[in-house]
Design a protein around this ligand. Structure first.
Ligand SMILES: Cc1cc2nc3c(=O)[nH]c(=O)nc-3n(C[C@H](O)[C@H](O)[C@H](O)COP(=O)(O)OP(=O)(O)OC[C@H]3O[C@@H](n4cnc5c(N)ncnc54)[C@H](O)[C@@H]3O)c2cc1C
Length: 342
């Protein structure tokens, strides 16, 4: 018996959910319905660092489980020839701050260590931050990763519809399960007023001499080397829907980056970009049975990933798949992840 599932949303969260559902539930047909596809989703513009950020009060055990599953998925990809096409690479990263840093994901990444004060002075003579950490994390550049994932979806028979959904009523009767991965626009579709944008402006520059990432937890400045350019960030503006880059933010981003590495004054500016992180007090990943126009709609929500959608996407996609399977009267088994280093 064939079953029809539709996923609303073609961002990193929707696409990963659609692929996992297709690959793990037998005899299922999956359609993605979205008004924006890559390269126009939020993750396409983001740097794509595996790192937990802006997740509100999402329980720590869930953050860790979803993030760790995603890390192992990207790590597996990193070991294959596909990694260069999928945009996945290892990324050395310094965290710097005026206050001690508590990074509860530190045991998942490689080689996490505190940087002694004496070395901080040598490595960051201009920033003058008291505390520093170093580790190697993973970078998942979604302008490459999303097309790679989309190919995987289509090869397995997935279908696409380019359309904006105004109400679930448009879908009931056509699909057995609806998966809601609408990011910040979930605020409109499900009238969830706890969703709000966290505006992020960043800048892409050419500066090939920068070979490692820096995240300054005090100024919220970040410097991230990607395949073709360097990302300089950023802003974290809660409740701001403005998707246009603004001059003041742009200037501040440059000032903060120059305060860490003055050599960035010699970088060639490429462009500014703004994205809206789907902020929510907590990620919403759960089933809802709604009465819609006299019919029952079976919905699985997967949205509200703040500044960590790329970091959590695969773990959340697996849990979403398990909920979809349950609604279809199935059970799924994901291959066991390697044991946690925690
Ligand atoms: C500046 C910036 C930097 C970031 N850096 C990182 C980082 O380094 N690491 C990290 O992990 N995360 C980062 N993030 C966060 C990450 O980009 C987001 O959490 C993630 O992209 C959210 O993905 P999503 O699929 O939920 O939403 P989106 O990418 O916004 O996708 C939503 C999808 O739903 C569709 N949609 C919405 N409503 C409807 C509707 N009614 N009908 C049809 N379709 C609809 C849209 O068309 C789109 O396809 C960053 C974000 C920003 C802004």
């Amino acid at each position: 018996m064939s079953r029809d599932v539709c996923v609303i949303g073609a961002g990193v969260v929707g696409l990963a959910s659609a692929v996992n559902i297709l690959e793990h539930i037998p005899d299922v047909r999956v359609t993605i319905i979205a008004d924006k596809f890559s390269p126009n989703t939020t993750a396409d513009g983001a740097a794509g660092v595996w790192m937990l950020y802006n997740l509100g009060n999402t329980p720590e055990y869930l953050q860790r489980r979803w993030a760790e599953t995603t890390f192992h998925h990207l790590e597996t990809l990193l070991k294959t020839e596909e990694s260069s096409i999928a945009g996945v690479t290892a990324l050395p990263m310094f965290g710097i701050s005026d206050d001690p840093m508590k990074e509860h994901w530190s045991k998942i990444v490689y080689g996490y260590k505190q940087v002694p004060t004496g070395e901080m002075v040598k490595l960051f003579p201009y920033a003058q931050r008291k505390f520093g950490t170093f580790h190697i994390t993973l970078l998942c550049e979604c302008r490459m990763y999303l097309p790679w994932l989309m190919r995987r979806f289509k090869e397995r028979g997935g279908k696409l519809i380019n359309e904006r959904i105004l109400e679930f009523q448009e879908l009931t009767g056509r699909y057995d399960v609806i998966v809601n991965c609408t990011g910040v626009d979930a605020r409109l579709l499900v009238a969830d007023n706890s969703v709000q944008p966290i505006r992020g402006q960043l800048k892409r520059v050419t500066a090939p001499w920068i070979k490692h990432a820096v995240f300054d937890f005090t100024s919220q400045c970040y410097i991230i080397p990607c395949a073709d350019n360097i990302v300089l960030g950023g802003t974290t503006q809660h409740g701001d829907w403005n998707k246009k880059p603004n001059e003041d933010d742009s200037e501040k981003i440059l000032q903060n980056a120059h305060a860490i590495y003055p050599s960035l004054k010699n970088a060639t500016i490429e462009h500014d970009w703004v994205g809206l992180r789907p902020g929510r007090p907590s990620v919403r990943l759960e089933t809802e049975i709604r009465k819609v126009g006299g019919k029952e709609a079976k919905i699985v929500h997967n949205y509200g990933h703040g500044g960590s959608g790329i970091t959590l996407h695969w773990g959340c996609a697996q849990d979403t798949t398990a909920l979809v399977a349950e609604l279809l009267g199935e059970k799924v088994n994901f291959r066991k992840q390697p044991p946690s280093k925690l």
